[in-house]
Design a protein around this ligand. Sequence first.
Ligand code: FAD
Length: 277
Amino acid sequence: MNLPALSFEFFPPQTPEGAAKLVNVRGQLAALQPEFFSVTFGAGGSTQERTLDTVLQIKAEGYAAAPHLSCVGSTRDNIRKLLHTYREAGIGRIVALRGDLPSGMASIGEFHYANELVAFIRAETGDHFHIEVAAYPEFHPQARSAQDDLKNFKRKIDAGANSAITQYFYNPDAYFRFVDASTRLGVSAPIVPGVMPIVRFSQLARFSDACGAEIPRWMRRTLEGYGDDVESVQAFGLDIVVQLCEKLIAGGAPGLHVYTLNQAAAPLEILKRIGYQ
Ligand code: FAD
């Protein structure tokens, strides 16, 4: 089996201990020679400094780093400054998002949707950045319809995005159908599946409820049934995610983007089982 390129996602650590731990996690994952490490950006810019610091640290360690950049609640001026900081620091890839307005934050700011951010990045910095955008094989929770969401996805590609990373999912058919439907709309940019390892059920259920990623009933019931038996949850999760990745690769997925939650153990185990060395 031909193994596609990997990328790994981190969130910016909150403490010096978290940052030190992440250096170690990165060192372990770097052995798999990923194309890049990405770093999330807190809604409304809440982690702006920490995202920047983490990205610069990754770059200083000699790896390719891609900051996420969400535009909701922000201004053109602020985004422009960040783009120039990243460009000057030698960063060549950005994950461009709308983000979600944090509760209590009143103003949506100067951007409404991610396609506007993509167009702004292109207008400000030309072809400097490789721009990734988000895609939703099970559709974004706020989308008016599946068809509408697909058209909105295409807007981001038409605005100048180079490739996409998906929300995680456990039903490979949703991904393959999304890719086919996008191709029929004229999208030829690679759509890389986002992969979420299953480590703790309560945490996964919370994320999934918030972002609209479905945990199929048979999986949910099985995971619930394990209760506090963490070993069984992890063994089951490992099987599920390994099989999912194998199906995605066999079906032609152009890469795998792993949501690490700043842990190396689960991603390493999954990827080694698939054959990554
Ligand atoms: P958009 O593409 O703008 O879509 C949002 C909604 O609006 C969709 O329902 C869409 O159908 C609709 N829409 C889009 N364009 C238009 C338009 N022109 N007119 C009308 N309707 C439109 N969040 C963070 O806060 N920080 C992160 O670092 C982060 N990283 C992520 C990484 C990945 C790979 C993914 C998949 C998601 C990430 N998110 C992150 C979550 C993301 O910010 C949320 O899902 C957010 O709700 C939508 O962002 P988006 O860029 O997909 O928005």
